[in-house]
Design a protein around this ligand. Structure first.
Ligand code: GUN
Ligand code: ZN
Length: 447
């Protein structure tokens, strides 16, 4: 819906870089009565104050005055194949995988089921203001076909790739690749079919170190380097028992992350989910190689995995995005995820000397949910802010989504306070509309 070119009017906030722990004022742009001009091709032409909109960018006006316009949220880590088992009770990572996750993912062998769930999943993301995600499907090649077809139909920028898992008992029989050769062949076919098609990026996706044989890990690394532009994603150092099991099996490795480093997986476009239990040496390797982290606070709390050290990762210069990690995570909303990220940072920082403590500002939070995620996924040439030429994916947020948020916004002293209230009190109810390439892809029904 909607005619392009168009100009979207409202309060506009976007980021040019990480504002950092001390809130660098040059890192963002705020246009209180702003204009976002989107061209016929769905890319950003211009963003600034409404009063300064150049003549050549005038067009159909879509009026969102009184609302906040930010770039579409980027979910750096999520499992569409866990849509039906979110909120599963009472187990930590390893038992939770065996009891709940693997039986649920088994159903994705069925293409029709996978298509249906893909549709539900993507519409849920849009309703939360999420326009891009790095997604785990299941081990089944058809689960990638189903997902990519649905993402393409919605015009969304998505990263996905068949899960690789072939080592028992961590990978159950019924969810294991039939052979090394078949897993490689399927991956090659899927890359040929989907990588670079419309807005899709393929990611080589070994599930985690424990569920792949050494041979499969090596194959994954080899394919990652063979195809320029193809990404790699995997879980890393999520829980302590998992980390201990990894060190048990890989006796030469210095750390969990070192297993991946030795396999040759740390590079630009590699993304490691969680990284709760890493050290300074791991961090300097990640920074040096360009490897990124997905910080998944609701999942880390729900599964009792631990407290991620955001300040240490960013201080080391590592790219960090925010992940919901649903079904390990408990909300599809990146606003709700920021709420829990804030609390994780508070707890983690409380273990540091008082004069070194930081907290997660609203601005840094919104940076992480937008440009930070785009940088972690190496998609910041395309998305993440409103620089001219970027793809016009954006969200309209309501300052008055709930009575509590409305009141807190009304009494706030400045924009920073209002933004923090949105970060802590906001969720999918805040999302008035979500636009993909300048076209409305979701609208709140009450509107
Ligand atoms: N580690 C290996 N597989 C998974 C998964 O599906 N979810 C989470 N949170 N961690 C994992
Ligand atoms: Zn995960």
């Amino acid at each position: 819906t909607g005619e392009l070119p168009a100009v979207f009017r409202g309060t506009i906030l976007h980021f040019l870089r990480d504002p950092g722990a001390d809130d660098d004022p040059d890192a963002w742009e705020l246009f209180e009565d702003g204009a976002l001009a989107v061209g016929a091709d769905g890319t950003v032409r211009w963003a600034g104050e409404w009063s300064a909109l150049p003549e050549q960018h005038r067009g159909t006006v879509i009026d969102h005055r009184g609302k906040l316009i930010v770039p579409g949220f980027v979910d750096a880590h999520i499992h569409y194949s866990q849509y039906d088992m979110i909120a599963s009770f009472g187990a930590q990572l390893e038992d939770w995988l065996q009891e709940y996750v693997f039986p649920a993912e088994r159903r994705f062998a069925d293409k029709d089921y996978a298509e249906r769930v893909s549709g539900l999943f993507l519409d849920t993301l849009l309703a939360c203001g999420t326009t891009t995600a790095s997604v785990f499907p299941s081990v089944h090649a058809t689960s990638v076909d189903a997902f990519c077809a649905q993402a393409r139909r919605r015009g969304m920028r998505m990263t996905c790739g068949k899960v690789l898992m072939d080592k028992q008992p961590e990978a159950p029989d019924f969810l294991s690749d039939a052979s090394l050769a078949q897993a490689e062949e399927q991956t090659r076919q899927l890359i040929a079919r989907w990588h670079g098609t419309d807005r899709l990026t393929y990611a080589i996706t070994p599930r985690f170190a424990l569920s792949s044989t050494d041979e499969q890990l090596a194959m994954a690394a080899r394919l990652f380097h063979e195809f320029p532009g193809v990404a790699l994603q995997t879980h890393a150092a999520e829980s302590l028992p998992e980390t201990a099991s990894v060190l048990d099996r890989f006796t030469d490795a210095r750390s969990y992350l070192d297993v991946y480093d030795r396999a040759g997986m740390l590079d630009a476009r590699s993304l490691f989910d969680h990284c709760v239990h890493i050290d300074d040496q791991d961090r300097s390797r990640m920074a040096a190689t360009g490897a990124a982290i997905a910080f998944c606070p609701t999942s880390n709390l729900f599964l009792g995995s631990g407290l991620f050290d955001l300040a240490a990762a960013r201080d080391a210069g590592i790219r960090v995005g925010l992940g919901t990690d649903c079904g390990g995570g408990t909300s599809y909303s990146l606003l709700r995820t920021l709420n829990e990220a804030y609390k994780v940072v508070m707890l983690k920082e409380s273990t540091k000397p008082e004069d070194q403590r930081t907290s997660l500002s609203a601005r840094r939070g919104f940076y992480l949910a937008t440009l930070g995620g785009a940088e972690a996924l190496y998609l910041d040439d395309h998305i993440g802010n409103f620089r001219p030429g970027k793809e016009a994916d954006f969200v309209i947020l309501d300052w008055a989504a709930t009575p509590v948020l409305a009141r807190r916004t009304e009494v706030a002293r400045d924009f920073q306070e209002r933004l923090f209230a949105q970060m802590i009190l906001g969720d999918d109810r805040s999302v008035v509309a979500t636009y993909v390439m300048g076209r409305r892809a979701y609208a709140r029904t009450a509107e």
